[in-house]
Design a protein around this ligand. Structure first.
Ligand code: KG4
Ligand code: ZN
Length: 359
């Protein structure tokens, strides 16, 4: 079974070839340079770039896998959520290809694919589903922050999500206020390296609320007021790293504390994380320390699979195909606002509501 997968939900054009859990190729063309000039992703520019790049990226993915389109058994593409104009390019191309080849099409949920990217590892990258355990999965990107209970392959339940800004958005927006280039997350990570995360106190929104939700807009506002009251920090080579480390520390503490608390409450043995923010060194370090302390297994997506990539789309589509999920109709539309719904049997043991004794 050989699948071609396409991902164009935001600002990465990606195509991958997957066969029996193995990633034969995974080509990613990032548009970061293009959007940096505007300080954020411009949807129409993203769509135009996807149109320009999709064919060369797909050709390269097929060439690296040493096959041509005639060898494919199925085609997969991200159907949502994401930027509508961007999604349409990849999903439309996949529909056309599936139609011409007479092969099934799988329209994949982008976040469901992120759930499985921590299990893709090695060279050639291979999905290690045999090692999969009952786990709590953190998905943190520029557009989303989600906590999900994955209780089996193709079985999950969403525990919580952000009620306003995503964690990556908070990194990007606060970094912009500090004067760092887009995307701010990696720049903040670098600058925060030598800084003291305890130097300045920033709020930890929803940290002690009895739920698995997140909120980051208050933190962003706190940074704005801090900069209004302490403008000199921006020109101080010693205090600027302290500021970055303090903002990063607040974001990371909320993410790590709530993830570990959910893992303990549900009694799972494993924590996973993926999405662009999972590249953050402090987040990786703190998750590792917290999991080690609690005897939890930690699976962090490799950095190449943290950010958006078609390999994770193909790996999930292959599972859907092999487990008999019906293909997506060629007449279906993209679903830009697609919510991650429960899949699989409900977990009776973990259905207990969050109670105040969990705090
Ligand atoms: O998953 P992703 O590539 O795209 C989507 O948003 O779907 O994530 C991009 C986000 C951006 O907000 C970027 O600033 C953030 O991931 N990011 C980081 C780091 N690397 C990427 N945030 C903090 N530290 C990093 N090292
Ligand atoms: Zn993503």
């Amino acid at each position: 079974m050989t699948l071609l997968a396409i991902e164009t939900s935001c600002d990465e054009t990606s195509a991958a070839v997957v066969r029996q859990g193995r990633v034969l190729s995974n080509v990613v063309s990032s548009q970061i340079q293009l959007h940096a000039a505007y300080g954020g992703v411009v949807p129409e520019l993203a769509a135009r770039e996807h149109l320009r790049n999709l064919l060369p990226v797909t050709r390269t993915a097929l060439a690296e896998a040493r096959l041509d389109a005639g060898h494919l058994d199925a085609v997969a593409a991200t159907r949502g959520p994401g930027l509508p104009s961007a999604l349409r390019v990849g999903f439309g191309a996949a529909q056309a290809l599936a139609f011409v080849l007479g092969k099934p099409l799988f329209g994949v949920h982008h976040h469901e694919a992120h759930l499985y990217s921590p299990w893709i590892a090695g060279e050639p990258p291979t999905a290690d589903f045999a090692a999969m355990q009952d786990s709590v999965s953190l998905i943190v990107s520029g557009g989303h922050t989600l906590l999900v209970h994955v209780h089996g392959l193709l079985e999950h339940r969403v525990l919580g999500s952000t009620i306003d800004d995503a964690a990556g958005e908070c990194f990007d927006k606060t970094a912009k206020m500090i004067g760092l280039p887009y995307p701010g997350g990696p720049a903040m990570d670098r600058l925060a390296g030598p800084g003291n995360p305890m130097a300045f106190a920033f709020p930890r929104p929803l940290l002690n609320e009895p739920n698995d939700d997140f909120s980051f807009s208050g933190l962003k506002t706190a940074v704005r007021y801090f900069l209004r009251d302490h403008p000199d920090v921006l020109g101080d080579d010693r205090l600027l790293p302290d500021l970055c480390a303090s903002v990063q520390g607040a974001i990371v503490e909320v993410l790590v504390t709530k993830t570990l608390r959910a893992a303990e409450r549900l009694g799972v043995a494993c924590v996973t994380a993926s999405g662009g923010v999972t590249c953050n060194r402090a987040l990786r370090r703190e998750l590792a320390a917290g999991c080690a302390q609690r005897n939890l297994t930690l699976r962090l997506a490799e950095t190449r699979f943290c950010t958006d990539n078609a390999a994770m789309i193909g790996i999930l589509a292959e599972q859907l195909l092999s487990r008999g999920s019906p293909p997506t109709s060629l007449d279906d539309e993209i679903d830009a606002g697609w919510r991650l719904n429960q899949r699989g049997a409900p977990q009776t043991s973990s259905h207990a509501l969050y109670s105040s004794s969990d705090l």
